[in-house]
Design a protein around this ligand. Structure first.
Ligand SMILES: O=C(O)CCC(=O)C(=O)O
Ligand SMILES: [Fe+2]
Length: 323
């Protein structure tokens, strides 16, 4: 997971946790090495000097906030989530609940233009333009990072990772999560029904679970949020991604809905996903006598199908473990 930040947003929190910061203007070889190290140790890092324009980020935030500011009845017209579309509180199909509303879109321009009619009735064309530009900017950034990971890992085909999201049939998503300010007098019970994660119960008096503990299933996540805190990085999953045979980490994280802030939190997340027919199988360079193959190969379509039948916090790779 990558956190792209244009503003010095949340920098203090990130430094406090010693999360690596990667400056993309560094010499490529150095940046690639440090990205791989960050992925091996954390599965998470922050990027600066990434080249995504501030204007584009703020136009995207404005479009997203315009939508979330609409009356509930109008927003419902972009739902229910199937899983794409507008959703409130219900995450997925298996009973996970969080204190948020969200909009989940496939980045395919024809999907965006069809969905825009129910999201932004006043100016769907502008909405499409901004979303398409933001999605392609995120894809470029994600492609560059994945190629640097390919180089840093010493893969024979340095495009081995990035080709999944460059494929025209990629299954990448854009997700907008909106966490409204919770009221102090609301009960502070845990709204995440995911009971196999003890850490999800550790809410404080000023926060509730906005989006429960999980790791993202796609190839890469690029997250940008406004200056309201909420994202929490939990222990890295013991099982790293299948493509690198567990060599890189898949970070477990969650987002809190917080009452102390005066404004709501907006996060905008790009998930770089492979085509549905793509075979997910460890790169040969990551399989050695010391690190034998950990997972059976599977298609992204098979994995997604299994994922939608499981709770958010479930370690889905368990289904494909060898031995
Ligand atoms: O909204 C956030 O900051 C994180 C949410 C998240 O992890 C997700 O949507 O996968
Ligand atoms: Fe996530």
């Amino acid at each position: 997971m990558v956190v792209a930040s244009v503003e010095p947003v949340g920098v203090e929190r990130i430094r406090a946790a010693s999360v690596p910061v990667i400056d993309l203007s560094w010499r490529r070889e150095r940046a690639a090495k440090l990205i791989v190290r960050a992925c091996e140790e954390f599965g998470f890092f922050k990027v600066v000097n990434h080249g995504v324009s501030d204007d584009l980020v703020s136009s995207m935030e404005t479009e997203a906030m315009n939508f979330f500011s609409l009356p509930a009845r109008e927003k419902q017209q972009a739902g229910p989530p199937n899983p794409l579309g507008y959703g409130v509180r219900n995450i997925g199909f298996t009973g996970d609940i969080g204190d948020l509303e969200y909009l989940l879109l496939n980045t395919n321009p024809s999907f965006i233009s069809q969905k825009a009619l129910s999201i932004c009735k006043t100016n769907p064309t502008k909405f499409c333009d901004v979303v398409n530009e933001y999605a392609s900017s995120m894809r470029e950034l994600a492609t560059e990072i994945l190629e640097m990971i390919g180089e840093g890992l010493g893969l024979e085909d340095v495009h081995g990772l990035s080709k999944f999201i460059r494929d025209t049939e990629n299954d990448s998503l854009l997700r907008f999560n909106h966490y409204t300010v919770i009221q102090q007098d609301e009960p502070y019970n845990n709204h995440n029904h995911n009971n196999n994660n003890p850490s999800s119960k550790s809410t404080t008096r000023n926060s509730k679970i906005g989006f429960g503990d999980h790791s993202d299933p796609q190839i890469i996540t690029v997250l940008h949020s406004n200056d309201v805190p909420g994202l929490q990085i939990l222990a890295s999953s013991p099982d790293g991604p299948a493509l690198t045979n567990g060599r890189l980490m898949s970070v477990r994280h969650r987002a809190m809905a917080i009452s102390r802030s005066s404004s709501s939190r907006l996060s905008m997340i790009y998930f770089g996903g492979p085509p549905l027919h793509a075979q997910i199988c460890a790169f040969p360079e990551t399989v050695t006598p010391q690190a034998p193959r950990r997972y059976k190969s599977f298609t992204w379509a098979e994995f997604k199908k299994a994922m939608y039948s499981l709770r958010l916090g479930y370690n889905r790779l368990d289904l494909y473990r060898i031995g």
